[in-house]
Design a protein around this ligand. Structure first.
Ligand code: PEP
Ligand code: MN
Length: 338
C-alpha cells in the first residue's frame, strides 16, 4: 500500500502513519522526495487492511494499492528517477555512463593494458569478473580474491571505479570491500539469499536480468535488495532467451522504455552478452542509447583471441574507441552527455 503525504506534512504525521503500520505488523519504507514523502506499507497482509486505516490520519493526501508484484522498484513509490552515485560518477541522470573492461580478470598485464585503453577512450567505470559463474564447472572460474586485488590496483593506478560480480552470499562483505558496484549476474537474478545479503550492504548493486526472466520478475527481484534498505540499485538488460539462435541472446530493446516508465531505477544495457559477437556489439550499443538507457556495460580485451572467457564478443581497444565517438553523437541527439 502506498501512502502519499501532503506537501509540508510534519514529522509527527509521518511518524503516526509508521506507528499505525507497525501496529498491524507491517514494515515501512520511506521515499523522502523533494516535494513530499511517500510511504510504502509492506507485508503479506496489506491486502486485508482497508485503505481508510491510513487515509483518515492527519497529513495523508492519498492511499492506494500497488497492483504490481514489485513495490519499491515502482514509480508509484518513487516517482523521481533514482540517481546512483559512485565515486563522483552519477548513474541515472543526464550523463550516459559507459562501463568497460574484460569479461574476466586474467592477469595483471591483461587488466592494466585493457583498463588504460578503455579509460583513455572515455569509459568512466571499469568492469572485470573475479568470480565467474560459468555454465560449465570445467571452465575458468576466475582469479577470485587475487582478481579483486588486481581490480583494486587498477582502480588506484587509473583513478576509476570498478564493477565486479559477486556470486555467493558469503562473499558479499569481501567483494564490497573492493568493489564500487557489485554485479549480480543473470544466473543469480533470483538468488534471493544473495539479493537479501546485498540489500544489507550499502555498496551500490547492479542487477542483471535473468536469461529467461520477465521484466516483472526482474523488478520484483530488485525489491529484495531495496527491502533491506539498500536503495543504490541499478538494473542491467543483457538479453534473454528466445528461439533465435544466430545471436547469443536476444536483446530486449523494448524493455528499455518499459523499465524507464515503470521503475525509477537506472537502467544499463550490456550489448556484449546479448550479441555474443564483437561485430554486432556497436549496433546494439547504439540502439540501447537511442532507446533511453542510462549507460552500457561493454566487454573489451586488449587481445580478444587470447581471452580466457568471452573472447568472441570482446571489442579491441581500437574498436571501443571508435564506438565511443559514435555513442557521443547519439548521446547528444537524445539529450545526454557522455
Ligand atoms: C558478465 O557480465 O560477466 C556476465 C557473466 O554476464 P551475465 O551474467 O549477463 O551472463
Ligand atoms: Mn562475459
Amino acid at each position: 500500500m502506498i501512502v502519499e503525504m501532503r506537501k509540508g506534512s510534519t514529522q509527527e504525521e509521518v511518524d503516526e502513519v509508521i506507528r499505525r503500520a507497525k501496529s498491524f505488523d507491517m514494515s515501512v519504507q520511506l521515499n523522502l522526495g523533494t516535494d513530499k514523502t511517500v510511504i510504502a506499507i509492506l507485508g503479506a497482509n496489506t491486502g486485508k487492511l482497508p485503505t481508510e486505516t491510513f487515509a483518515v490520519l492527519p497529513g495523508v493526501e492519498s492511499v492506494s494499492r500497488i497492483m504490481k508484484p514489485y513495490k519499491l522498484a515502482s514509480r508509484e513509490f518513487h516517482p523521481e528517477d533514482t540517481l546512483v552515485s559512485v565515486d563522483g560518477v552519477e548513474i541515472g541522470g543526464n550523463r550516459f555512463v559507459v562501463m568497460a573492461g574484460p569479461c574476466a580478470v586474467e592477469s595483471e598485464a591483461q587488466l592494466m593494458e585493457t583498463v588504460k585503453a578503455v579509460k583513455k577512450a572515455g569509459a568512466s567505470i571499469i568492469r572485470g569478473g573475479a568470480y565467474k559463474p560459468r555454465s560449465s564447472p570445467f571452465n575458468f572460474q576466475g582469479l577470485e580474491k587475487r582478481g579483486l586485488e588486481l581490480l583494486e590496483m587498477a582502480r588506484d593506478r587509473f583513478s576509476i571505479p570498478i564493477v565486479t560480480e559477486v556470486v555467493d552470499p558469503h562473499d558479499v562483505e569481501l567483494v564490497a570491500s573492493y568493489a564500487d558496484i557489485m554485479q549480480v549476474g543473470a544466473r543469480n537474478m533470483q538468488n534471493y539469499a544473495l539479493l537479501t545479503e546485498l540489500g544489507k550492504s550499502r555498496c551500490p548493486v547492479m542487477l542483471k536480468r535473468g536469461l529467461s526472466s520477465t521484466i516483472k520478475e526482474w523488478l520484483t527481484a530488485a525489491d529484495y535488495i531495496l527491502a533491506e534498505g539498500n536503495n543504490q540499485v541499478m538494473l542491467c538488460e543483457r538479453g534473454i532467451r528466445t528461439f533465435e539462435d544466430s545471436i547469443r541472446f536476444s536483446l530486449d530493446i523494448t524493455s528499455i522504455p518499459v523499465v524507464k516508465k515503470t521503475s525509477h531505477l537506472p537502467l544499463l544495457v550490456d550489448p556484449s552478452h546479448a550479441a555474443g559477437n564483437f561485430a554486432f556489439v556497436p549496433a546494439v550499443a547504439k540502439a540501447a542509447i537511442a532507446a533511453g538507457a542510462d549507460g552500457l556495460l561493454i566487454e573489451v580485451h586488449h587481445n580478444p583471441k587470447e581471452a580466457l572467457v568471452d573472447g568472441p564478443q570482446a571489442l579491441t581497444p581500437s574498436d571501443f574507441s571508435r564506438l565511443m565517438v559514435e555513442l557521443a553523437a547519439i548521446a547528444k541527439a537524445v539529450g545526454k552527455s557522455l
